[in-house]
Every structure is written in structure tokens, then in C-alpha cells.
Ligand binder design. Structure first.
Ligand code: 9UX
Length: 70
């Protein structure tokens, strides 16, 4: 089990929150996902043997947002 906080740009409204939390949350292996609009972060708890950090970043990217680093 891993807890990562990703910096993500472009999330500005509640629909953005729903899009990111919905897509990441639907990935197999993701236990918890929480967007913080003020910090521009996405906090994710996941099982690294079931889903990779890259897959999570890709899901965010697919929704149209930019994962900044790490
Ligand atoms: Mo509303 Mo969030 O257009 O991109 S969904 S700002």
C-alpha cells in the first residue's frame, strides 16, 4: 500500500474534482483518492502491486489535467 500526493494543474471546479476522483477511483487497486483544489494536489492511496503510479497519472492526464511532477 502506497500513499502519494501528486501535483496537478488545471483543476478549478467541482466537476474537475469529480472527473479526477471518478477516473482514478475507478482504477483497480486504488483505495482512496482525494483532490485538494486549493493545493492543486491529488492524494492517492493504492496497492502498487495492482496499479502503477504511471497508470494513475495517465488517468488524470486523460481527463485533461497536467500532472506536474513525481
Ligand atoms: Mo468546469 Mo473544471 O468547465 O474544468 S469542469 S472548470
Amino acid at each position: 500500500m502506497l500513499n502519494k500526493t501528486l501535483k496537478v494543474e488545471g483543476m478549478t471546479c467541482d466537476h474537475c474534482v469529480s472527473a479526477v476522483e471518478g477516473s482514478v477511483g475507478s482504477l483497480k487497486g486504488v483505495d482512496k483518492v482525494k483532490v485538494d483544489l486549493n493545493q492543486n494536489t491529488v492524494d492517492v492511496v493504492f496497492h502498487e502491486d495492482q496499479v502503477s503510479e504511471d497508470q494513475i497519472k495517465e488517468a488524470i492526464d486523460d481527463q485533461g489535467y497536467d500532472v506536474v511532477s513525481s
